[in-house]
Design a protein around this ligand. Sequence first.
Ligand SMILES: Cc1ncc(COP(=O)(O)O)c(C=O)c1O
Length: 399
Amino acid sequence: MLRRSLDSLPASRIREVANAAMGRDDVLKFWFGEGDLPTPQFIRDAAKAALDEGETFYNHNLGIAELRESIAGYVNRLHRPQVAVDAERIAVTSSGVSALSLVAQSLFEPGDRVAIVTPVWPNVTAQPRIMGADVARVPLSCHAGRWTLDLQRLLDAAPAGTRAVIVNSPNNPTGWVMAQDQWEALLAHCRRHGIWLIADDAYERLVFDGAAHAPGVLARIDPEERFISANTFSKSWTMTGFRLGWVVAPRSFVAGFAKMVEFNTSCAPTFIQRAGIAAIERGDALIAETRARLQASRDALVSQLRQVPGVECAPPQGAMYLFFSVAGHSGDSLGFAKRLVSRVGLGLAPGVAFGPEGEGYVRWCFAAQRHLIDDGVSRLAGYLGSSGGGVEAGAAGRI
Ligand SMILES: Cc1ncc(COP(=O)(O)O)c(C=O)c1O
């Protein structure tokens, strides 16, 4: 009954695990990509004030002028581009996922080739597939305690005629961060062949090496180049429930994009956009705190898990996730994640949710309070201990 491209998409494997926890209040939920703290008060207050002012009407497809200006100013301060980004190149969207899906709707025709670095948050590969594009998956690999990309493999997967390359860095689920020299080589390749380069920058501020943002090429882009940065307020400013995002794109793309926004959501709510302005104007300290908290949680989680026999993990360089394997257990990641929930109330996301190359791993979102992380590690260790260090039938353990 439904479109064929939809039929071929798997249902969310994370939901499948979450369903196993239905009706239980003793489960530690590390499966979704959000923290356990509500949005800071000053951001909520800005939304409330806008509601009290009666800002409840439709507005411009591309966002209110003040927010577009504010985002352009933020991008220029953060990236110091060679050619300053003006507000005409900014389009506001109702979330980062909406930004990605509108980009896919605006660019992709059936049969287009789109190369994507994987494993990745499933929505990134689903959007082009919904449009009928052919997705070439280019897997990261884990060597010597680090996730790495074989760049040549990515370039080979994106020959002349490819419509787009999509890179999510820092990456969900691995925490891999693409190095500057790889970005430069990829940009040169895309320029040479007229390929759109799409950066999913959702976690660009959540890096753990002291830099203000992850490496990238936004600063080197000419205003009419085939480059798009998709971004969101969700992660940097703890605003997942607000559903607010944006794209930086060529001016000529943005004009057509406005039509796509019209046909989808028409506009992002004005009072939500007011909250976005407050976040950008007054949120620097919040980002610094979030990043410090995440780094401390990452360090605690990694050092504790390394004490657990069989666990193999590469410390993430960014984002908020640890993607790790447990020898003899995580080979069937969906089954393992379900057993962890039902036996010890530990909620992790199965690696296979992020594509076939994620099989053998589970993802732990460490944007959580320290005592919950400690409790989670004890539950994992308890489960592994009580299953006799047991290799479960049929589970091909992988490190
Ligand atoms: C890689 C990646 N990109 C984009 C998003 C979009 O976030 P949102 O739709 O909350 O703005 C997410 C959310 O989890 C993500 O993990």
